[in-house]
Design a protein around this ligand. Structure first.
Ligand code: NAD
Ligand code: IPM
Ligand code: MN
Length: 360
């Protein structure tokens, strides 16, 4: 019965503030459940870059591979190009460990009205393709400084890449309402999207799902706002899923609440757990960041590691705090990161057990 090994990278900006918050909650819940986690704290990120010229050491991915999970805060600093920070840490992790599913729950939270005029609850799962598509490595800047200067980005969808993420989404839909929506843009303009549609439809049929609702992403964005309760599992390509997941979380109050799991569903490699939000340089250092995204992400990690009850308890604890009217400024409250976190830790210790939500 050896401990499970977690690589912890707090990273940049508010990552340094929300990570300690989530670890405090994890300590409380793992203690109650007798779960043993062993943390390796890695000081990688933009400060590391300023000192060493890279975001992580040359053998960084090897180091991560020796862990059961990777727990990340955020990456990105205003004074370093995102091409350096993101291609130097976040994207290599997703690709090296073949984390082809980026799972992003979007759920109405108790006591948080959100910006919409309806009180019908939102409960969807965005399944974002996470290793290919619009985020391909093929492309570049041409003829810099000359009149013909240009930038090119190739989108690459592979049969393997689309079918495996579609399979995951179809299975997830089968375990929920049976409704699967696919974000597309196949109206004759973008060559890759009819290919995406074909494979998603084939995979959904083969999985035993009645069918898949393919919706053009522009109309789907509108449906997110007008009828979000009509959506359950939404499968989307890398870029479309990125955009829809910030939109979805904003509909539930703030992007500060949104968790994500970058999964290798076969479990051959460690999966990566990180909130949907970034390093938020505009509020970093002020102690006001919402830690829910990171705390909920920790619950998804617990669930993934087999600790379902502990995960559900952690989610129920922050939901009770919200329900009591305590929240950070992004949700209209006055609590600091530390005050909110202390309240969640107290709730975990009180241990009234899990609410109705399963972990993750
Ligand atoms: P962001 O998510 O960091 O911030 C967008 C807005 O949301 C800001 O106004 C911010 O203050 C607010 N916000 C975000 N998280 C919050 C929280 N927990 N509590 C309260 N408010 C919160 O996105 P951005 O400003 O576009 O990007 C900043 C940097 O982060 C960039 O370098 C970007 O590339 C990077 N980024 C990294 C990740 C990641 O590490 N996974 C994700 C997204 C963006
Ligand atoms: C996310 C982020 C990243 C992405 C960026 C920082 C590369 O926005 O995880 O949603 O686009 O995947
Ligand atoms: Mn994003």
């Amino acid at each position: 019965n050896s401990p499970q090994r977690i690589a912890v990278v707090a990273g940049d900006g508010i990552g340094q503030e929300v990570m300690p918050a989530a670890l405090a909650c994890l300590d409380a819940v793992t203690e109650r459940h007798g779960i043993r986690l062993e943390y390796t704290h890695l000081d990688w990120g933009s400060d590391f870059y300023r000192e060493h010229g890279s975001m992580m050491p040359a053998d960084g991915l090897d180091e991560l591979s020796r862990h059961d999970a990777i727990f990340l805060g955020a990456v990105g600093a205003p004074d370093i190009p995102d091409t350096e920070t993101l291609w130097g840490l976040l994207i290599p992790i997703r690709r090296a460990f073949d984390q082809y599913v980026n799972l992003r729950p979007v759920r109405t939270l108790p006591g948080v009205p959100g910006p919409l005029a309806t009180d019908r609850p939102i409960d969807m799962m965005i399944v974002r393709e996470n290793t290919e598509g619009e985020y391909s490595e093929i492309g570049g800047r041409l003829y810099r400084g000359r009149p013909q200067e240009a930038a090119v980005q190739e989108t690459v969808f592979t049969r393997l890449g689309v079918s495996r993420v579609a399979r995951y989404a179809a299975d997830l839909a089968l375990s929920r309402s049976g409704r699967l929506t696919s974000a597309t843009k196949s109206n004759g303009i973008i060559h890759t999207m009819p290919f995406w549609d074909e494979i998603v439809a084939e995979t959904a049929a083969a999985s035993g799902l009645g069918g898949v609702d393919s919706v053009l992403v522009d109309a789907l964005a509108a449906r997110f706002v007008l009828q979000p309760w009509s959506l359950d599992v939404v499968v989307a390509s890398n870029l479309l899923g990125d955009i829809l997941s910030d939109l979805g979380s904003a509909l539930t109050g703030s992007i500060g609440v949104a968790p994500s799991a970058n999964l290798n569903p076969e479990g051959i490699h460690p999966s990566l757990f990180e909130p949907v939000h970034g390093s938020a340089p505009d509020i970093a250092g002020k102690g006001i960041a919402n830690p829910i995204g990171q705390i909920w992400t920790a619950a998804m990690m617990l669930d993934h590691l087999g600790h379902r009850a502990a995960a559900a308890e952690q989610i129920a604890a922050f939901e009770r705090v919200l329900d009591a009217g305590i929240c950070t400024g992004d949700l209209g409250g006055t609590a600091s990161t530390a005050e909110f976190t202390d309240a969640v830790v107290r709730e975990i210790r009180r241990g009234e057990g899990a609410g109705t939500n399963e972990g993750g």
